[in-house]
Design a binder for this molecule. Sequence first.
Ligand code: ADP
Ligand code: MG
Length: 348
Amino acid sequence: MARETSLFSGRPSELIGRQVAGYRIEREIGRGGMAVVYRARDLRLERTVALKLLAPELARNDTFRRRFTHESRAAAAIDHPHIVPVFEAGETDGVLYIAMRYVAGSDLRHLLDQQGPLPPPTALRIAAQVASALDAAHENGLVHRDVKPGNILVARGTDSDHPEHAYLTDFGLTKKSLSLTGFTTVGQFVGTLDYVAPEQISGKPVDARCDVYGFAGVVYECLAMRPPFQRDDDMALLWAHQYDEPPPLTEARPDLDPAVDAVFASALAKSPDDRQDSCLAFVAELRAAVAGGSRAAHPPTQVDVDVAQLRGTPAPQHHPGPRDATGAGRPLAPPPEPPAWAHPVYRR
Ligand SMILES: Nc1ncnc2c1ncn2[C@@H]1O[C@H](COP(=O)(O)OP(=O)(O)O)[C@@H](O)[C@H]1O
Ligand SMILES: [Mg+2]
C-alpha cells in the first residue's frame, strides 16, 4: 500500500528520474482527476513516451479494471492518424499504467483558455479530425464516453494546409460513467460533467451517439467559449443535460448563420435517435451551415463576377442572409473574419 501511494500520490518530483515498469520518468506533463501523465523514456526502445499512472483507487475497482483491460486492448488495436497510439498498458505495484505516444503540443482545454474562441475554419478543421477518430472507434465497437477538450491533443500539423494535427485520447478511461451508475463512492471526484450525455446520466446503455452529444458540446464550446450548459452545481447541470434546451450558439456567436443552431439542436438532442448518426455527419452539417452563412454575408465580389463572365453565366446575385428581416437587401451579419484562422493554433 505504501509503495502504490508513493508511486501515484507522492510529490511528483519524487518520481522524476525513477524507473517505473521499464520507463524512466522525466517530467510531469499534467494531471487530471484520476491520473498523472509524465513524459518518460522507454528504456527498451529508447524513445520518448507519455506515461499515464492511474489513481490506485481505480485499480481496486473491479469494474474499472475490466474495462481498462478491455478498452486499452481495443484502443491499441485501432490504427488511426487521429487517435493517440497506445504502446502498452499494464500494472505495476498496484498502479495501472498506460504508455502512449508523446504528443508535443497542447490540449484543447489549454488552447481555448489561452486563445479564446476558435475561428470557425480552425474549429471545423480540428472537429473534422476528431470526428474521423470517433467514427473509426465506433466502427470498432468502442464508445469513448468522455469526449472533452482535455482529451483532445493538438500538435503542429504537416504544412500550411494542415496547420494542426488533432489526436483523441483516453478511451474508456472515464470514471464518470462508473460513478454515474453507482459504482464509485458518492463524493469522489468524477471530472467534468459539461459534456455528459443524458443517457449516461440516466444509466441507459450508451452507444456512438453518446459521443456525438459530448463531441458536439466540445465543438460548441470551441465556438462559444462556454459549454452548452452552465449551472451553479453538478445536480443542476445534470438536470439541464436531461431536460433543458441548450441556448442557441448564435446567442454567443451572432456572426454565424442561424442554420448552425439547428445542427447543434440535433446533435445535443435528449434522445439519441434525434441526433446525427455519426460525428462526421454532424461536422458535415456544421460546415454546410457555416459556409451558408459566409456566402450570405457578403455581396458578390469581383472574383465572383469574373468567374461568372468566364463561364458565360450571369453574375451571382446577393441573397440576403436569413437574419436580414428588414428586406433592405443589406446583410446584417458582420463581414467574414480576418484570416486569423490561417495561423496554426497549437502552442505549448
Ligand atoms: N499522449 C500525451 N502526450 C502529451 N500530453 C498528454 C498525453 N496524454 C495526456 N497528456 C496531457 O496530460 C494532462 C493530463 O491528462 P489526464 O490525466 O488525462 O487529464 P485530463 O484528460 O482530465 O486533462 C492533459 O493536460 C494532457 O494535455
Ligand atoms: Mg485525459
